[in-house]
Design a protein around this ligand. Structure first.
Ligand code: HEC
Length: 235
């Protein structure tokens, strides 16, 4: 069975049945297996409810769910540029950080549409929220001026160039209860392609700084507030 088909089948199983470990599910068989497993329980395909919750997390309140491999690593989210909501781009250029910013790129932040909608309605991020940060280098990092800026017809400034890395944060209280319900993943700090999957980073590398400095639910909402807020309609 092709990888795409396997993922497709996995999606149809809808968090209730573990994906086939042996990979023998076919598209046609999936609905049958789902029905049988839900009614009767089929040992080969059904984990204990606790394991199932952890494997696929039935509690996700999002349309595009995080996907995990057998090692518990997060699979790289796909098509976020086309299908997710763009929240903004905090930016820490080298020129303003003694020439050596940890992340000299624009930090382009995206979130799933359903998480965006839920946050607007409730002020809370639902289980399964993914905050995805893609790094984007300044075009011509040295620029024309001492501060690295340069000129375009629109004026003097910094302009976006090549993309250069991906970080993802996932809200999943069953996996990351020890770090305020969020896990943090680095898919590489370099040009694409980024890693296919990533293990959760140690708390000291990522989560701790978010615990200490971010908003109450681990996200730096203050930078995204203008876009998280509905645009007033014209009179
Ligand atoms: C020293 C503090 C610090 C550390 C360590 C850190 N972050 Fe962040 N992170 C921030 C700040 C501040 C922002 C928002 C502003 C920005 O991007 O500059 C942010 C934003 C993010 C965002 C966008 C969503 C949000 O919470 O605002 C993601 C995703 C993210 N970080 C992932 C990671 C990952 C993955 C790691 C570890 C590899 C990591 N962070 C380590 C401080 C930190």
């Amino acid at each position: 069975m092709s990888k795409d088909l396997k993922e497709d089948v996995g999606d149809h199983l809808d968090n209730k049945v573990e994906r086939s470990k042996s990979g023998i599910l076919s598209r046609g068989a999936a609905s049958v297996v789902t029905a049988v497993a839900m009614l009767a329980g089929v040992g080969a395909f059904v984990l204990s409810s606790a394991d199932t919750a952890k494997a696929q997390n039935a509690n996700y309140g999002v349309d595009i769910t995080p996907k995990w491999n057998d090692k518990g690593e997060l699979l790289q989210p796909t098509e976020f540029r086309a299908l997710w909501v763009y929240l903004g781009s905090p930016f820490t250029p080298n020129a303003l950080n003694n020439g050596k910013a940890g992340f000299p790129e624009y930090h382009n932040v995206y979130v799933q549409p359903s998480a965006f909608k839920a946050y607007r309605e409730t002020g809370k991020w639902p289980e399964g929220t993914m905050m995805l940060k893609e790094l984007q280098l300044v075009d011509q990092a040295k620029g024309d001026e001492a501060d690295g800026s340069r000129y375009e017809v629109s004026g003097r400034g910094y302009f976006p160039g090549a993309v250069n890395g991906m970080d993802v944060a996932v809200k999943d209280s069953s996996r990351f209860g020890e770090t305020k319900n969020w896990g943090y993943f680095n898919f590489g700090h370099h040009a694409p392609p980024y890693a296919k999957s990533a293990a959760a980073a140690p708390a000291a590398s990522c989560a701790q700084c978010h615990i200490d400095n971010a908003g109450p639910d681990m996200v730096f909402e203050k930078f995204y507030k203008p876009i998280l807020t509905p645009l007033p309609l014209p009179e």
